[in-house]
Design a protein around this ligand. Sequence first.
Ligand SMILES: O=C(O)c1cc(C(=O)O)c2c(n1)C(=O)C(=O)c1cc(C(=O)O)[nH]c1-2
Length: 249
Amino acid sequence: MTQTRSEFEARLRQIGAERYHDLHPFHDMLHGGACNADQVRAWVINRYYYQHSIPMKDAAFMSRVEDPALRRQWRSRIEDHDGTDTNEGGIRRWLRLAEAVGLDPDYVASCRGVLPATRFAVDAYVRFVREKTLLEAVAASLTELFAPKIHANRIEGLLKNYDFADDSSLSYFKNRLKEAPKDVAFGLAWVLDNADTAEKQDAAAAALIFKTDVLWSQLDALSAAYVTPARIPPGAWQPDQGLLLQKAS
Ligand SMILES: O=C(O)c1cc(C(=O)O)c2c(n1)C(=O)C(=O)c1cc(C(=O)O)[nH]c1-2
């Protein structure tokens, strides 16, 4: 049976409450100050792959949209990450974080050393958005409903627990707190408007679950590789690689 708008919204929010990656133990370690420098670096390197793929995901989405009003609404997402003449953009801000934790930003931007499972998960998200319905693609982006809380916790936890954390290195997260609300408000309203049958509601809920899996599996991969007993897969970042110090010498 088709759920009412508010029932369906509650169903989507429940998915976040049960499955969002703020519940992953790696985030407790990271925000609580229990990560060593190499674990923070591994997180920065792997998460960069997500950041660099998000604008490609959004471009893939826009390439399929026929309604100019929807494209106009969506394109600021690409600008938020890639930047504009007046805004350096999220990708540059992320690379500032990389430098602050002692990584060579060129190494991070090369995406060498990204874990295979990170690539598989993130590429699956881009492919999902390219191939599924527009409704499923927008629904998948709704994990961002739950992101402001984790960004605020992260800013607080990193500032408290790590020397590298300051206004400059954490500017990525501060900016997302400003940028994300407009995206999620629009995305949520669009999904609630367009999921007007039980089948579409089920598909949108499944898309959101898929996306929580994309996020969760990245942290599983990170934990398996870099938290004791660490098993770094062949070809992935080794803690003596890609450091700023090496670049200087
Ligand atoms: O730090 C996080 O936990 C987190 C999660 C998510 C998310 O829920 O997908 C995004 C972001 N950050 C983020 O910064 C971001 O720009 C973003 C875009 C999207 C998306 O699916 O379009 N998710 C996220």
